[in-house]
Design a protein around this ligand. Sequence first.
Ligand code: GLN
Length: 490
Amino acid sequence: MATLTELGLAEAKRRIASREISAVELTQAHLDAMERAQHLNAFITETPDLALEMAEAADARLAKGEAGLLEGLPIAIKDLFCTEGVATTAGSHILSGFVPPYESTVTRNLWAQGAVSLGKTNLDEFAMGSSNMTSYHGPVRNPWTRPEDNAALVPGGSSGGSAAAVAARIALAATGTDTGGSIRQPAAFCGITGIKPTYGRCSRFGIVAFASSLDQAGAFGRNVADTALLLQAMAGYDPKDSTSADLPVPDWTGSLSGKVKGLRIGIPAEYRVEGMPEAIEKLWQQGADWLKAEGAEIVEINLPHTKYALPTYYIIAPAEASSNLARYDGMRYGLRVEGENLAETYMRTRAAGFGAEVKRRIMIGTYVLSAGYYDAYYLKAQKVRRRIVDDFEQAFQKVDAILTPTAPSAAFRVGEKMDDPVAMYLNDVFTVPSSLAGLPGISVPAGLSAEGLPLGLQVIGKAWDEQTVLDAGLALERAAGFRIAPYGLG
Ligand code: GLN
């Protein structure tokens, strides 16, 4: 029998339901794995006692024949979701000491379905980053290393701790959030699957806000079926979030077929960026060939405003962040550094509480929203965002889904690109456009780079059509047969 930490979410669910294994046994196996993997720094707060308590309660419900969708299954939560009674930091010093008095809707949904919480995972500060290097709690290590050396690599970001925990077999699955790529890019870097659903599919209530018009919760798993299952338990309408959509959550898991026969899959010419490694170019072509072999039709498409997506994102996201982060002033929660008077207390608190990247974004955001520059930057960016949305709408007249690489490179070294924010921002060149358009996207591990590191393929779908995204993702997963675990994990 495979060790318990090797089971995926769906497989563990089957064994728990048949009472072959208990929730406590399964949880203990994951807590042991967590203990062995401390060097990854994947968690900010570990909650082993709470996990065992939740597992015992799950076993008791199972004994009575009651079982939620995720009954007894240990998962990890990105430390951006507020969890009642459990510290929530958003990876920032400014939230040191903050223990939320309420639960985010997404985590509330998960606990209602019987899931077990292993703890809160590390992330870039306020989810700003692509490498997990901006966390106040230190970098996360990718469980993967290049076979030829043992240099520490980044897991991607911002949901780097969640991705690393799932890849390292510490958690069966994990939640993430994606504002411009923070689920899909780390999934690709860590060789796992990650899905960002349509904007509005999951409630943002209780998720620490970064850029409210872009932030969306999603799921990590080691295969497509697992991410579908987790997402199904997370999603749903919530009157507490005015942007959450009043739509029923489809039975993605039950409908998952992997069938792509007759689907038209678009290949956007504008995603062929200069300097992309050959292995990624090849994998993209391979992905198209795999889908074609399964009966899909491959169609060349154009998304003409793609080159404006990153600059647009880096105006809109900081603008919204500068407004959202104004609430951290040392008065109501988290860190407070006393000054001579109120204004000085604000200044000292914010100077000590925010890291360099967050300060950069607040300054950019404040600048683009200021009276003299609002029209030139913020308003202009909003107009370009509309064009990007229109590009996708036109493309989806011709195709059912779009296939692209997830990221323009494989995982890089811890510390690399830190002195060049623009190089760091380029990581999101393939994920940001669909975020601006609010569309669902999945990253599926599909191959290895020249240095032996995982690479992902992305499928972008129409709004509310997560099913096609999942099915095309499953078709890629089956064809790629990517089963390799990080070296050293066996
Ligand atoms: N890397 C992007 C940024 O730094 C996206 C982050 C995210 O999706 N949360 O803003």
